[in-house]
Design a binder for this molecule. Structure first.
Ligand code: ZN
Length: 151
């Protein structure tokens, strides 16, 4: 595994739409491993491939320590309720802000074996699903957050 460089706000790669993964090959599996290592090293709870300069629809999330969720081509298929909570992003260091997110989301994605899986999340996990999947469409939380810290 290798630690990757996390791109910061202002880098154009963070604003582009990522392409779906059509073939879960060795390169994608290595990307998943490297993203998990990078996320852990940075003390994050989630990381999307465009944050490391790879414009592919790949996300890793670790809201529960030791429980890494790997999502390939994730899609939110259900949203319920709402929450207004504080959020941050490894690509926007030193800043935090409040966002409006669904309280519950259901996500469909492929796992590393290519199987279609359904995942559900509430609270922090629901926020993480939304935040990371937004990255795949070039959206940063600061686009719609009420910021509480300023640079
Ligand atoms: Zn982020």
């Amino acid at each position: 595994m290798a630690k990757l460089k996390i791109l910061k706000d202002g880098d154009t790669a963070l604003r582009l739409k990522s392409r779906p993964v059509s073939d879960i090959n060795k390169r994608i599996l290595t990307l998943l491993d490297d993203m998990t290592e990078t996320m852990r090293h940075a003390d994050g709870v989630g990381l999307a491939a465009p944050q490391v300069g790879v414009l592919r629809r790949v996300v890793v999330i670790e809201c529960e320590p030791g429980e890494v969720l790997e999502l390939i081509n994730p899609v939110i298929i259900e949203r319920r309720g709402s929450q207004h909570e504080i959020e941050g992003c490894l690509s926007v260091p030193g800043r935090q802000g409040y966002t409006d997110r669904p309280a519950y989301v259901k996500v469909e994605a492929l796992n590393r074996d290519g199987a279609l899986v359904t995942l559900e999340g509430e609270g922090l996990l629901a926020r993480a699903f939304c935040h990371e999947i937004d990255h795949l469409d070039g959206i940063l939380y600061i686009d719609h957050a009420e910021m509480v810290t300023e640079e």
